[in-house]
Write a new protein. Sequence first.
Length: 328
Amino acid sequence: MVDPLLQDDAARVFALGRLNVLDTSIEEPFEKIVTLVRTVLAVPISTVTLVDRDRQWFKARRGVAVSETPRSVSFCTHTIQQREPFVVEDAQSDERFASSPLVTGAPHIRSYAGVPLRTPEGYNVGALCAMDTRPRRFSPADVAILSNFANIVCDELELRMIAQVDHLTGALTRRGFLEQAERELSRVKRYGRPSSMVMLDVDHFKIVNDTYGHGAGDQVLKRIAELAGVAIRPTDVFGRLGGEEFAVILSETDAEQALVVAERLRTAIADEPIRLSNGTALRVSASFGIMPLLPSISSVTSWIEGADQMLYAAKVGGRNCTRLATSN
């Protein structure tokens, strides 16, 4: 019987993107797992591999010098196409892999065992792999051990994602937002593309909490997040930096375009009363600051500080308005 989730690679790649893990820095839980796999199974090579659209990227690796390779030469692209572990006892005798540069050159893979990394939705986003530089038969016990470690990797990926998502609003947490901002900064510096950060803060939020209670404040924050979801694109990054303060990274967006987006969201917040659970129609507003990613900005910290300065200017300027930084 055909498994439709194994056939839909576009949805699989989207599920991988949802984890917000590609191109992130070293993290101890994954490092421990590949170290344990290498020790317990006595293999020289082990990786936590995530299979993107055109590449495989190693979240953690032992015995491999590079951080990624083309997907077309990978063993893992075969692993993610099935539910069961994928084993190759002698790559040089297997026509699918005999000419692969991973076999004929470094790291000289000769045998391979991989267990799919499956999301709760059922998509195989990668594999936990054990590899040797000599022909080898991985025993059922070896594969069972590797499968148990793969389950731990899947749990860690989900826990990592949960830690990056604010439970109240569905926005990224500050940690998650900062990681995405680092990736965007690197992308812009590499390709010279425009990008802008918008920071917003709910006006007089303390009064809302003091007058109507924190439950009402939570409803306000949830509604603002919903409105932001309508105003921005799915590819934009929306985060809650703390309290009533949010930020958005608008990729491929210059300052003037960012101003249009910010004003659209500001108007939506100000124009629509928020219906509280007790029936009260509450009107709120928010102030906005915009910082395009200028050539002079070399760190995420300075990018956020620039947006925050513009937000402060909007507060001083009377609130419920937007202030835009310029290169002058």
